[in-house]
Design a binder for this molecule. Structure first.
Ligand code: SF4
Length: 65
């Protein structure tokens, strides 16, 4: 199976510029999971821009849906 980076980038809501994992969702999840965090796409638009990917911040009502 080929990486769907191009398609993923079309839907990526992360605004953190310069991240080498952008569009490579498996690496994005692994990176944040190791730090006890969640990927930016799970946060609301406002919360995503705070760049606080902690589960605590997510539980403060920062969900995307
Ligand atoms: S959520 Fe984190 S790892 Fe994923 S694209 Fe954004 S900055 Fe990179």
């Amino acid at each position: 199976m080929n990486c769907k980076k191009g398609k993923n980038l079309e839907n990526c809501s992360c605004t953190y510029e310069g991240c080498p994992r952008k569009g490579i969702c498996c690496e994005c999840i692994e990176h944040h999971r190791k730090k006890g965090e969640l990927p930016g796409c799970l946060f609301s638009k406002e919360k995503e821009r705070e760049y606080d990917r902690s589960i605590g911040n997510f539980c403060k009502g920062g969900t995307a849906h």
